[in-house]
Design a protein around this ligand. Structure first.
Ligand code: C2O
Length: 566
């Protein structure tokens, strides 16, 4: 064999091997089951995946394929959503109940298959039916593909931090009770960090999460707000946090002491262990912007523990962790300062030939009802929520995607209004006659490749309030935000079309607006909704129907054979 040929053969072989090791397919089994756990002095059964709470962390690389077989051994219907995964070409794997699939019934299973395409960073997965995501959630960490790395120095340690919300009562009974009464659901009894409330709560001392670091360590913290119904502030005593990514998209680094995350959002921060070697609290508590709304005012903590700290290991005796200052519950100024610093790392390609100019009025409402046990909202009403006055209702007999794909009539209509039916002073004193939305299963059709702009305009109906609005199947640029009513003639000029942040969930400021832009390049049916589950239940959602494109891989493919039926 001649040498050149041999070298070519070896190089060729190596190439094949290395390209083989580049992307892999990971197989996972998720068994949904009832599991007893003890928190706040009592044991209760919760729904978990594989008996773990929080559920298993999935760690993949960009370009990997995930095959997750979900077996439902619990007594509730369930679906799993991979929050932030674009699901390009795999809309059947997205997960929201009766949007892209019927739920997996008790005893049944369904396999989610999807490939990570040009995404890296911190995402998470969660149940997307009823309120099961209260306990059914976990981290989904996407490392850069082999051969590439973070756009910042490699950290010594990586710590995923899942913020959660805990109820002493069964979450489904809380949901059922709220749905029956029409009133607000019970507030939670605790917040949690990686499933643990921390030692400011009763009976929680010995299980408080502790993260050990050594002086000088650079630590990447992947913070995820997986709380059901609450925006949260997050801070660490005496330490600066350098934000490097949000929603698995890199940001221009900036330093802060406090983060605010709406449910659904993730934020990656770098912390340098540069303080005296001792114990510091990592803490989270509510950001609550609504007026007169009851909320859980407790604080969850974990401990950033320097190894070699004096008396380490003797917590609570001679050595107490330092508590950080947290902003007050309604500190919107801190939120604004934080969010206005989020930017893409450099100039980005923002859609500028807008073909769909949409204006969505979003927020709560109240539906009048006959006084009685099912009319327990304020002044003889039931709580509702809407987008452009439509309170979103899910179909019963099939999913929206299935109805679209199989052309099943009478499941939905495509007349979701592009602008509100009526213009009014959204954030002013809204006349009572405008508080009551109407129900509907209305989708908005987008041609493949549409360049979409949406003004998300909050209202003062019931109360002004910050809403974390999440879009499935796409990421968007947040080109502007502000307080009061959006004014196209003055506010458009202030848009950041240079380096706006890109995300999958935007916090629309309390009594204000956000403007997002994206290209509808992923055919399917995609839910957009408030990620406060109570608001979603009240109807705060809608779906886009993105039509097929001209290309080969630009149409919705046939559903997997095991797709659950209703
Ligand atoms: Cu994180 Cu529609 O979900």
């Amino acid at each position: 064999m001649d040498a050149t040929f041999f070298i070519a053969l070896v190089v060729g072989l190596l190439f094949v091997l290395s390209s083989r090791t580049k992307a892999e397919t990971q197989y996972h089994d998720f068994v949904v089951q009832e599991t007893p756990v003890k928190r706040l002095c009592r044991t209760k059964n919760i729904i978990t995946v594989n008996g773990q709470f929080p559920g298993p962390t999935l760690e993949v690389r960009d370009e990997d394929t995930l095959v997750v077989n979900v077996l439902n051994n619990a007594r509730y219907n369930i679906t799993i959503h991979w929050h932030g995964i674009l699901q390009i070409g795999t809309p059947w794997a997205d997960g929201p109940d009766r949007v892209t699939q019927c739920p997996i019934q008790p005893g049944a299973s369904y396999t989610y298959r999807f490939t990570i395409i040009k995404q890296e960073g911190t995402l998470w997965w969660h149940a997307h039916s009823q309120w099961l995501r209260a306990t059914v959630y976990g981290a989904l960490i996407i490392y850069p593909k082999l051969g590439s790395s973070y756009p910042y120095p490699l950290p010594k340690l990586e710590i995923p931090i899942l913020l959660g919300q805990w109820w002493n009562l069964d979450i489904i009974s809380i949901l059922n009770q709220a749905t029956f009464s029409g009133g607000a659901p019970n507030i939670s009894n605790a917040y949690t960090i990686n499933g643990q409330p921390g030692d400011l709560y009763r009976c929680s001392n010995k299980d408080t999460m502790k993260f050990y670091v050594e002086s000088g360590d650079r630590v990447l913290m992947r913070v995820i707000n997986s709380a059901l119904n609450q925006q949260l502030f997050f801070t660490i005593a005496n330490h600066q946090l350098t934000v490097v990514a949000a929603d698995a998209l890199y940001t221009k680094p900036f330093t802060t002491t406090t983060l605010m995350l709406g449910p659904g959002q993730t934020t990656d921060v770098i912390l340098v262990a540069d303080q005296d070697p001792r114990y510091y609290y990592i803490a989270a508590r509510a950001y609550e912007s609504a007026q007169n709304a009851p909320f859980d005012q407790t604080t969850t903590t974990a401990i950033l523990a320097y190894k070699y700290a004096p008396c380490s290991g003797q917590m609570g005796t001679s050595f107490k962790p330092i508590l950080p200052n947290l902003p007050s519950y309604n500190d919107t100024a801190t939120v604004t300062t934080f969010t206005s610093q989020l930017k893409s790392p450099s100039k980005v390609k923002v859609p500028t030939n807008i073909t769909e100019d949409l204006f969505f009025v979003i927020g709560l409402g109240l539906v009048n009802c006959n006084p009685g046990p099912t009319c327990q909202g304020p002044n003889n009403t039931r709580f509702a929520a809407s987008m452009n006055n439509i309170s979103f209702v899910l179909p019963q007999t099939t999913s929206l995607l299935q109805a679209h794909y199989q052309k099943i009539p009478n499941v939905f209509t495509t007349d979701f209004p592009p602008v509100p039916p009526l213009r009014f002073n959204y954030t002013g004193n809204v006349p009572r006659a405008l508080w009551q939305p109407v129900s509907g299963t209305k989708l908005y059709k987008l041609k493949f490749g549409s360049q979409v702009q949406i003004v998300l305009q909050g209202t003062a109906i019931v109360s002004t309030e910050d809403h974390p609005v999440h879009l499935h199947g796409h990421e968007f640029y947040i080109v502007g935000q502000g307080f009061g009513n959006f004014n196209p003639s003055t506010d458009t000029a202030k848009f950041n079309l240079y380096d706006p942040p890109r995300r999958n969930t935007v916090n629309v400021p309390v009594g204000g607006w956000s403007v997002i832009r994206f290209i509808a390049d992923n055919p399917g049916v995609w839910l957009m909704h408030c990620h406060l589950d109570s608001h979603l239940t009240w109807g705060f959602g809608m779906s886009f129907l993105v039509e097929n494109g001209p290309g080969k891989l630009q149409s919705v493919q046939a559903p997997p054979l095991d797709l659950p039926q209703c």
